[in-house]
Design a protein. Structure first.
Length: 209
C-alpha cells in the first residue's frame, strides 16, 4: 500500500498558512509556493542513494559522499503544477522536466490527457509528479496512468494540500506511488474545493479568475 508522508516541518507549515490566506496576493503566493516546493524537495530527496568518492581538501585527501547519479524527472500536472517546478529544480537542477495536461470531459466528468511530453528514458527515471492540490484524486490518478502507460516505473506524487477523499482514491488506484503532502485538510465541499484549502491554486498562481 502507498505511504502518505506529511511534511510538517515548521517552515513548511508557516509558509503554507500564508499561502492559504485569502489576503496573500499573486506575487507573494507564487513565491511562497516556490519556497515550499524547495523545502518539500529537500525532504523528498532524503533517501537518494549516495556513492563514496575521494576529495582533495586543502588539508588532505578525504573520502566523502556524492549523489549516486539517480536519474530524476519532475512532472507538473498542468497548469497549477508548474508553480512547483522551479522550487524543486533549485535543489535538483539536473532533473528533467516533463508535462502532463488533462481536461475534464464535461459530460462524464472523467479526466482525459490532452498533452504529455516526458523525457525519452522514462523507464530509467524516478519521477516526482507535482500538483498543489489533491482534491477528488481523479486528475492525479489519470496523470499517473499517463506516466505508467509510457513506461514510468518509479513515481512519487507531491502536493501541498490533500483532501482525505483524494488520498483514498489515489492510494487505492496506485498503491505503488507514495504521496508527499504538506497538509491533510478536512474534506471536499460540494464544488470539489478542498476545505479549508487555499481556493483555486491555478488562479492564485497565475492571477486569473
Ligand atoms: N483544485 C484547486 O485548485 N483547489 C481546490 O480546492 C481543489 C482543486
Amino acid at each position: 500500500m502507498a505511504k502518505v508522508h506529511v511534511f510538517d516541518h515548521p517552515l513548511i507549515q508557516h509558509k503554507l498558512t500564508h499561502i492559504r490566506d485569502v489576503n496573500t496576493g499573486t506575487k507573494e503566493f507564487r513565491e511562497l509556493v516556490d519556497e515550499v516546493a524547495t523545502l518539500m524537495a529537500y525532504e523528498i530527496t532524503r533517501d537518494l542513494p549516495l556513492t563514496e568518492v575521494e576529495v582533495e581538501t586543502p588539508v588532505q585527501t578525504a573520502k566523502s559522499n556524492v549523489l549516486a547519479g539517480k536519474k530524476l524527472g519532475i512532472v507538473p500536472i498542468l497548469r497549477a503544477g508548474i508553480g512547483m517546478v522551479d522550487g524543486i529544480l533549485k535543489l535538483i537542477p539536473a532533473a528533467r522536466v516533463g508535462h502532463v495536461g488533462l481536461f475534464r470531459d464535461p459530460e462524464t466528468l472523467q479526466p482525459h490527457e490532452y498533452f504529455v511530453k516526458l523525457p525519452s528514458d522514462v523507464a530509467e527515471r524516478e519521477f516526482i509528479l507535482v500538483d498543489p492540490m489533491l482534491a477528488t484524486g481523479g486528475t492525479a490518478v489519470e496523470a499517473v496512468n499517463s506516466l505508467k502507460k509510457r513506461g514510468a516505473k518509479n513515481i512519487r506524487f507531491m502536493c501541498l494540500i490533500a483532501a482525505p477523499e483524494g488520498v483514498k482514491v489515489f492510494t487505492e488506484a496506485h498503491p505503488d506511488v507514495d504521496v508527499y503532502i504538506a497538509a491533510l485538510d478536512e474534506k471536499l465541499n460540494d464544488h470539489g474545493y478542498i476545505v479549508p484549502g487555499l481556493g483555486d491554486a491555478g488562479d492564485r498562481l497565475f492571477g486569473t479568475k
